[in-house]
Design a protein around this ligand. Sequence first.
Ligand code: URA
Length: 254
Amino acid sequence: MKNPLGSGPPRTGLVPDAHLEKKQMSRLHSVHAYPPTVGMVKPKVIVMDHPMVMEQLSLIRDKRTSQIAFRKAIYRLGRFMAYEFLRTMEIQEFTVETPLGPARGGQIKGRERIVIILVLRAAIPFVEGMYKNFPMARTGVVSAWRGKPPDFPIEVNYTKIPEVGKNDVVVIADPMLATGHTLKEVAKRVVKQGHPKRLVFFSVIATKQGIDYVAKDFPRAEFYTCAIDPTLNDHGYIVPGLGDAGDRSFGAPH
Ligand code: URA
């Protein structure tokens, strides 16, 4: 079936990803088939295509959307993605007593183990939305600057990452996973602080090229996104994408 948004993989409904734990899978709404690059481990990729996500994604793609509306939509996407992500966490089951008798209860386990890494500046509203569902998250901040093509050298000029424990779930948040150069550099700095139980990337739009680039060094990482777009232009921008996510949230610097 053709994707009505005109980009990303066709909407095929529930296509299980063999690398996802069965328990996680059963709790997720939707997973697209992700074609592996020959000779490479197939990364764990989850495309969140809930109708609420699709609406906000359409809004941020639209070039007429104002700065304020854009930022609010990124905030909502952070909130939705975090909400959906909680399905993949373990549940501690228990019995709860209602006034009329016992009932099954449950609590999300390890929510306090979530560490968010905010990649400046585009992730600011994204992470603000994520806090709605990860209120206890410890947070690291990284400021990274991507240089010119074809090598896209990454300059990291600020890093503040908390210590990472072996039971932590680290979520690296950047709305655009384009070439993957920035996120690979960020992830390298995260694992210097310790090796988490799960290393997760949250983006609103990703490319297969970018995911594969990061997954080559981080094969156990998980990639959650709202869309996978087909290409990058010569400047490393996602096409069709949405333009520069930082500029659209905060205004262009010049
Ligand atoms: N960063 C953006 O803001 N947009 C892109 O398309 C790629 C990287």
